[in-house]
Write a protein that binds this ligand. Structure first.
Ligand SMILES: [Zn+2]
Length: 339
């Protein structure tokens, strides 16, 4: 029964070899070695004829059983390889760390608006929200910019028709706020979206956000504006910041100023401030008597200050953003940095 023992040995070693098979290619190599027409099993069976007749029958049956068993094992291995490729054998590993869900976040502009509103609210300012679509009269006329005024060139305007336009600044809200509060004193901030018919560049967007501030009452001076703005700048950008006023011109304020804030380089000079140590952050001044009158107040009785700043340009230095187009380009790689 030497052949029967050989067959048994062949069967066991073939099954052991099949355990180690890990790919289609290895499985095919296994099939060629053991099951093919010139494989080890076929060669062993070819020796059946050498056996004495009385042993041949039992050895033949053992050979057939070994062949069936290996054939079945081969088919099982092929099936499990197919399943693995299809992922059907995929097991859940509960010890793996989870994938954090993607959550939304406030846009960088919205965060800065909320932060600014919070700071001004602590100084007694109330948010006053007004129209994004405005009349020519409110956007210009009542702000001391009549139709033929050369200062209209300062704002490239998107008109809807002869009378309606997309507001170019938050300043028309000044008139609406004054008319809502008059004759009471008021302290409001007007945050909102503005539009300009402008060539888009690294420094200019056709849509942006402004925060306008307005205070009207007795004894308000340019020093009040300076105090309010310095408090804002120090809470928004850091206690070491200083501000300065430079004389300027706006039709709706008199006198008018540009407001600068010390650069983060603290006066040493850098590329951002072009070596000056100062960054322009806002424009403002004392509310023009004509504008006070248009709001319903008596300019011989009360005074007021107003300022307006673009939110994006204000926070760009803080985050090292060098192109305003990133804000509304909706590139998630940019936005997620601030979520
Ligand atoms: Zn600088």
């Amino acid at each position: 029964m030497v052949l029967a023992e050989d067959l048994d040995e062949l069967r066991r070693s073939a099954l052991a070899a099949l355990e180690a098979v890990g790919s289609e290619r290895e499985l095919e190599e296994w099939r060629v070695r053991y099951l093919a027409r010139r494989g080890e099993l076929a060669r062993a069976m070819s020796r059946l004829g050498e056996l004495p007749a009385e042993e041949r029958r039992a050895a033949g049956q053992a050979a057939n059983r070994a062949k069936d068993e290996l054939q079945q094992a081969y088919e099982g291995a092929a099936e499990s390889l197919r399943r693995r490729a299809a992922g059907a054998d995929h097991q859940v590993d509960v010890t793996l760390p989870g994938v954090p869900p993607v959550t939304g976040g406030l846009h960088l502009t919205r965060q800065a608006l909320y932060e600014s509103v919070r700071i001004f609210a602590h100084m007694g300012f109330t948010v006053f929200e007004t129209n994004e679509v405005e009349t020519d009269e409110l956007n210009f006329g009542l702000l001391n910019i009549p139709p033929d005024h050369p200062a209209r060139d300062m704002w490239d305007t998107l008109y809807i028709d002869d009378e309606l336009l997309l507001r170019t600044h938050t300043s028309p809200g000044q008139i609406r706020a004054m008319r809502a509060y008059c004759p009471e004193p008021l302290r409001v901030i007007l945050p909102g979206k503005c539009h300009r018919y402008e060539a888009v560049s690294a420094r200019a967007e056709s849509m942006f956000y402004q925060i306008e501030g307005l205070a009207v009452g007795h004894g308000i001076t340019l020093a009040s504006l300076k105090g309010v703005f310095e408090a804002y700048a120090q809470q928004m950008f850091g206690p070491e910041r200083r501000i300065r006023f430079r004389g300027s011109y706006f039709p709706f304020t008199e006198p008018s100023v540009e407001i600068d804030i010390t650069c983060h380089c603290m006066g040493r000079g850098c590329a951002l401030c072009k070596g000056t140590g100062w960054l322009e952050i806002s424009g403002g001044g004392m509310v023009h008597p004509v504008v006070l009158e248009n709001g319903g107040y008596d300019p011989s009785d009360v005074t007021g200050f107003a300022f307006g700043m673009g939110i994006e340009r204000t926070i760009m230095p803080r985050h090292g953003i060098d192109d305003i187009r990133y804000f509304y380009g909706n590139d998630l790689r940019f936005l997620r940095q601030f979520a």
